[in-house]
Design a protein around this ligand. Structure first.
Ligand SMILES: NC(=O)C1=CN([C@@H]2O[C@H](COP(=O)(O)OP(=O)(O)OC[C@H]3O[C@@H](n4cnc5c(N)ncnc54)[C@H](OP(=O)(O)O)[C@@H]3O)[C@@H](O)[C@H]2O)C=CC1
Ligand SMILES: O=C(O)[C@@H]1CCC=N1
Length: 274
């Protein structure tokens, strides 16, 4: 049986298990999970009776043809060290790791490799998984992986050059937007006495409604701002302040994230491990 193996049962790993099984794209006997701690293995086994739980990454690799690696970039070398010796070479490895290039991965595994960058919002069936296939991936394997991630939400194919910028928006973006929601609600609460929880509730509804409005009407953000900011009114005062300050803040934010993207997967020093 062509079982799917998932290494790592953290935020992404547990979301993928949940998505693959609740969507029905996989049944429990088609999925094997390996993760470092006994605690996480037990949590997976308790949540999903029937899913294969491998005691080691090598044990998983012996059973699966598609192997999704959902560990932090810093752990990738360790995991590959464990699974490569027991693999045939015709497996398809799917790496979720931010900042580890196909070239780096191909230097240790010359077979089928795909990078997939999901998003935590797929927990609620919304958001985009970015997918970038390596040169060795045949059409059936590509469709198989795209089908798996489609069960969680949108799949968008990207080139590896586009991947960091696309990831900043689609996968890191929810974290950034959560900061903005928190800060906007916090400032409103501080200035007005409105309880923070109520401010967060109102802000969340507003953000979801704003995205829906832009999506459904096809308006550009600039057009929407004009509609909301009545000339000489209240919004205009706030928009003016943000337009002064935000470009600098966002430029710094994006530059620091792109820089981190270049270093987070820096495992070349450990390449001799393979
Ligand atoms: N979080 C996000 O929104 C996104 C993350 N990613 C990428 O996904 C990957 C996982 O991120 P995330 O889920 O947030 O990270 P977490 O820290 O939540 O999860 C990492 C998991 O890896 C497991 N693990 C660590 N070392 C090993 C090992 N040697 N063998 C097996 N399992 C191991 C941990 O095990 P245990 O629990 O057993 O200790 C843990 O379950 C990262 O590479 C990240 O770049 C990509 C897109 C979005
Ligand atoms: O912050 C991170 O490194 C990961 C990658 C994309 C979202 N979270």
């Amino acid at each position: 049986m062509d079982r799917v193996g998932l290494i790592g049962y953290g935020h992404m790993g547990s979301m993928l298990v949940n998505g693959f099984l609740t969507s029905g794209i996989l049944s429990t006997d088609e999925l094997v999970v390996a993760t470092k701690s006994l605690e996480s293995r037990n949590a997976c086994a308790a949540a999903w009776p029937g899913v294969g739980i491998a005691r080691t990454n090598a044990e998983l690799a012996r059973q699966c043809r598609t192997i999704i690696i959902a560990v932090r970039p810093q752990e990738m070398a360790t995991v590959l060290n464990e699974i490569l010796p027991v693999m045939d070479g015709d497996e398809h490895i799917v790496s979720l790791a931010a900042g580890i290039s196909l070239k780096d991965l191909e230097s240790v595994f010359p077979g089928s490799l795909t990078r997939a960058i999901p998003t935590i919002t797929s927990t609620v069936g919304q958001g985009t998984t970015l997918v970038c296939h390596g040169r060795q991936v045949d059409i059936n394997s590509a469709l198989r992986v795209e089908g798996l991630f489609s069960s969680l939400g949108n799949v968008v194919l990207v080139s590896e050059e586009e991947l960091p910028a696309a990831m900043l928006l689609s996968s890191c973006g929810p974290g950034l937007l959560a900061v903005i929601i928190d800060e906007l609600a916090g400032a409103t609460a501080r200035a007005s006495g409105l309880p923070k929880d109520r401010a967060i509730g109102l802000t969340m509804e507003m953000v979801a409604a704003t995205a829906a409005y832009l999506r459904e009407t096809g308006r550009r953000p600039g057009e929407m701002i004009e509609e909301v900011a009545t000339g000489g009114g209240v919004t205009e005062a706030g928009v003016r302040k943000l337009r002064e300050r935000l470009p600098g803040v966002f430029d710094e934010t994006i530059i620091s994230m792109l820089e981190r993207c270049n270093t987070v997967g820096a495992w070349s020093g450990r390449r001799t491990d393979f």
